[in-house]
Design a protein around this ligand. Structure first.
Ligand code: HGY
Ligand code: MN
Ligand code: MN
Length: 593
């Protein structure tokens, strides 16, 4: 018989404890301390209470909790003495079917891990969707974490223990992350569209208007139609736009969206999560026959990452009315202009068609974007969701140092104008300048010696700059310092410098009223509310120019690593984000009813 939360809230302590038995291996004290917080509004609130009970425990109790967990494919599994839950989890992950080589490697890695860290390696082997990691994933995780700093590893083991408890809890109380699993599965499906040569390597790269990009657009168009959007179309810049009408045809619209292009060798969640989550929310409303006093307008923005062309936010700039006509003439690495790329993809590629996409702010209530955090704050706080206070200001530039290519063997060190050394000095100067101000970051992400050869002094070096800071003045000051450094280096080394800004996105504070709506929705889920800044740029920065906007962050696994194949969020966290959006929409609808 599946217990209910209400039953747990009302049961005498011994019965309540029995309902939570085994969630934390051989450690009933966690549930016992959490139960002091009864009643719980939601299962997520109960889980959070257990997380907090561990966070407030002594280091000795935390270490004992870690040590109470079994090794993976360890002695207990072999001896058949695992708890039922651990046995089930290790079986689902295939650990009972290791090849002799896998078993030997796991055994050796476990031994090395325990020898170094003094406790077992803990991993929620059911993985982000709860259906089970592969043995390859498990071995890779153990290998990857073997050399982590001890304190970081202990924190990660506790995060994994809370993930194990979360999976056990939702199963025991019959509350699977239904919406989250639908989003999670869709993200894996969407990731099948990738471009060469990354696709052949099993990696994800989808840059603006490539064949893979166009395949993503058609897939999203189909999904929006199937979910119940009343109108769906691909617009003049490749945005996929779906509308779920409100109760009245002239109802105001609420814009929801994110981007579906990716960086190279990307993760599967950046941008796309916010699109697919909005689609699943529409599907949920449609299935319940619910219409809102406002229309939902879903936008899958076609380009946000600036990977193919040296311009970015093409999709959201079109809606904000800030698409620069000069962008149509910028060229990609193959010399193809943006205009030609658009026309080759069947898009008009003309400013009148693009300018027509500008949204009339008077028709909109605002813009909401759900996005992975792409950082470690929520993971370290052990919270699934966070409300974005503001998006940092950012500046991007493309540059080139030009010296003199010459013979590496005959040219004395005192007679060189080495372009690469100029860039090397600049990269270190960027780091030094950015470190001087809290919250500032600076990156030289792309650096290449044009036509370089092993025995030629680099004559020409092209590079990119990415500078960011919590405020516009701080970002501008960082840029001023970096430009001054670049010019001084060029002067000193006899190099010619070109350094051209390609993007300047102003800091975008979240709209106070919309942030309050996100906060209330998260609270209604029974979760603590954490507000945090975004170091990453988002389409919301462009919509910020014409509409009130606010974002919700979803925790990332692996300390929120992003722009990397390890990027990941769990179906449970994604489900909570979808529930938060639904809650926000319903609260708003109630106010307007
Ligand atoms: O670079 C960024 O901040 C974003 O992921 N495009
Ligand atoms: Mn990104
Ligand atoms: Mn993004």
């Amino acid at each position: 018989m599946t217990p209910s939360l209400d039953e747990l809230n009302r049961a005498p302590l011994p019965q309540a404890l029995a309902l939570l038995d085994g969630l934390y291996e051989h450690s009933p004290w966690v549930a016992e301390r959490a139960l002091a917080q009864r009643p719980f509004a939601t299962l997520a609130a109960l889980h959070q209470a257990m997380v907090q009970a561990v966070r407030q425990a002594t280091p000795e109790e935390q270490l004992a909790l870690i040590r109470a967990h079994p090794e993976l494919a360890g002695k207990a599994m072999v001896a058949g003495t695992l708890t039922a839950a651990s046995a089930d989890e290790q079986t689902r992950a295939g650990l009972t079917h290791c090849t002799p080589e896998e078993f030997e490697r796991l055994h050796a890695l476990n031994a090395a891990y325990r020898a170094r860290l003094g406790h077992p390696f803990i991993l929620a082997v059911r993985g982000p969707d709860g259906r089970g990691l592969t043995r390859h994933d498990i071995l890779a995780a153990l290998q990857r974490r073997l050399d982590q700093p001890a304190d970081e590893e202990r924190a990660e083991c506790l995060r994994q223990i809370h993930r194990i408890a979360e999976l056990r809890l939702s199963e025991r109380f019959g509350q699977p992350p239904r919406l989250g699993l639908r989003v999670w599965d869709a993200l894996q499906a969407l990731a099948q569209h990738s471009e060469s040569p990354w696709a052949e390597a099993g990696q994800l790269t989808v840059t603006y208007l490539s064949a893979a990009h166009q395949a993503c657009a058609h897939t999203l168009q189909t999904w929006m139609q199937q979910a119940g959007c009343d109108e769906v179309a691909i617009d003049a810049v490749g945005n996929v736009v779906g509308r779920y009408h409100g109760v009245r045809p002239d109802a105001p619209r609420l814009l929801l969206g994110s981007h579906y292009d990716t960086v190279r060798n990307a993760g599967r969640y950046d941008g796309r999560l916010g699109i697919v989550l909005a689609i699943e929310v529409v599907r949920e409303l449609r299935a319940l026959g619910q219409r809102l006093p406002f229309a939902l307008e879903l936008v899958a923005f076609a380009e946000e990452e600036g990977q193919r062309f040296p311009v970015t936010f093409l999709g959201s700039s079109a809606l904000a009315g800030t698409f620069d006509p000069a962008w149509l003439d910028v060229r990609d690495a193959n010399g193809v202009t943006l205009r030609a790329a658009m026309q080759q993809a069947g898009l008009p590629g003309t400013m009148p068609a693009i300018a027509a996409l500008r949204r009339d702010p008077g028709q909109y209530l605002g813009y909401l974007e759900v996005h992975i955090e792409q950082g470690p704050v929520l993971a370290r706080a052990e919270l699934p969701l966070g409300v974005v206070s503001a998006i940092n200001a950012s500046l991007r530039a493309h540059g080139c140092f030009e010296g003199l290519a010459c013979h590496a063997g005959t040219t004395p060190m005192t007679a060189r104008r080495d372009a690469l050394l100029g860039l090397a000095e600049l990269a270190l100067a960027v780091e030094r300048c950015a470190r001087q101000q809290p919250g500032s970051v600076g990156t030289v992400g792309v650096a290449q010696v044009d036509g370089g050869s092993i025995n030629v002094v680099p004559g020409r070096c092209t590079f990119t700059l990415d500078l960011r800071a919590p405020s516009d003045p701080q970002c501008d000051e960082l840029a001023r310092q970096v430009w001054a450094e670049a010019e001084a280096i060029a002067q000193r080394r006899g190099l010619r410098l070109q350094l051209q800004p390609t993007l300047r996105a102003a800091a975008a504070p979240g709209d106070a009223a919309l942030r309050a709506r996100w906060r209330r929705a998260v609270q209604r889920l029974g979760l603590p509310v954490l507000e945090l800044p975004s170091g990453a740029g988002h389409d919301a920065m462009m919509l910020h120019r014409i509409l009130p906007q606010a974002m919700l962050f979803v925790r990332g696994e692996h300390l929120g690593i992003s722009h990397h194949p390890l990027e990941s969020s769990t179906a449970h966290d994604i489900d909570l984000a979808a529930q938060a959006l639904l809650q926000l929409l319903r609260d708003w609808a109630e106010e307007l009813a």
